[in-house]
Design a protein around this ligand. Structure first.
Ligand SMILES: NC(=O)c1ccc[n+]([C@@H]2O[C@H](COP(=O)([O-])OP(=O)(O)OC[C@H]3O[C@@H](n4cnc5c(N)ncnc54)[C@H](OP(=O)(O)O)[C@@H]3O)[C@@H](O)[C@H]2O)c1
Length: 164
């Protein structure tokens, strides 16, 4: 199973100037719970935005740049290679962004774990519109904003509709 994990606003916005758009500790915990123990695949810009390897997960970074190495990450030259290596490590693989990598993987993943943030924010990076002819929402939970989480949001799971 290959799963995209993404947090997006009401206009599918996901980032601005290589940063996330909100501070939602509950979403960070959700992300950690989903991905810990499994390989995660990300684009080079998302890796730079995070700034370090995330612990307890094999961090696979996709980049065409040659001859760079950093502690705790596996650098590969294509998404195909990233998925091939990830699958050798574990059956459950997570694609964690950013926009560029999501756009190239949405048609090949099996599942979407979406955090839909009830906010409309300035952005320069977006997620594709989820095509409901392709994806079925199988669960949704609402979380109200509180002193630590600045917006209302939903956790949503979409599964690919199987064609006959
Ligand atoms: N809200 C969310 O859930 C979420 C999650 C993750 C990221 N983000 C946000 O998304 C933004 C970053 O996204 P982005 O679209 O700018 O960049 P990105 O997808 O993180 O990374 C793009 C880079 O990945 C490499 N790459 C992409 N396709 C490749 C391919 N087919 N083969 C080899 N390398 C490939 C290239 O690196 P090289 O240039 O090194 O070749 C490219 O410049 C940031 O604002 C970040 O905060 C949001």
């Amino acid at each position: 199973m290959t799963t995209i994990v993404v947090a997006m606003g009401e206009k599918n916005e996901i980032g601005f100037e290589n940063q996330l758009l909100w501070h939602l500790p509950k979403d960070l915990k959700h992300f950690k719970d989903l991905t810990s123990g499994h390989p995660i695949i990300m684009g080079r810009k998302t890796y730079e935005s995070i700034g370090k390897a995330l612990p307890n997960r094999t961090n696979i970074v996709v980049s065409k740049k040659k001859n760079w190495f950093e502690e705790g990450i596996l650098i590969v030259g294509s998404i195909k290679e990233a998925i091939k290596f990830a699958k050798k490590i574990d059956e459950q693989v997570f694609v964690i962004g950013g926009g560029n990598i999501y756009a190239q993987t949405i048609d090949i993943v099996d599942k979407l774990e979406v955090t839909l943030v009830k906010a409309d924010l300035k952005a320069d990076t977006y997620f594709a519109k989820i095509d409901l002819k392709v994806w079925e929402k199988v669960s949704e939970t609402f979380h109200e904003k509180d002193e630590k989480n600045e917006y209302d949001f939903y956790f949503q799971t979409y599964e690919k509709i199987k064609s006959e």
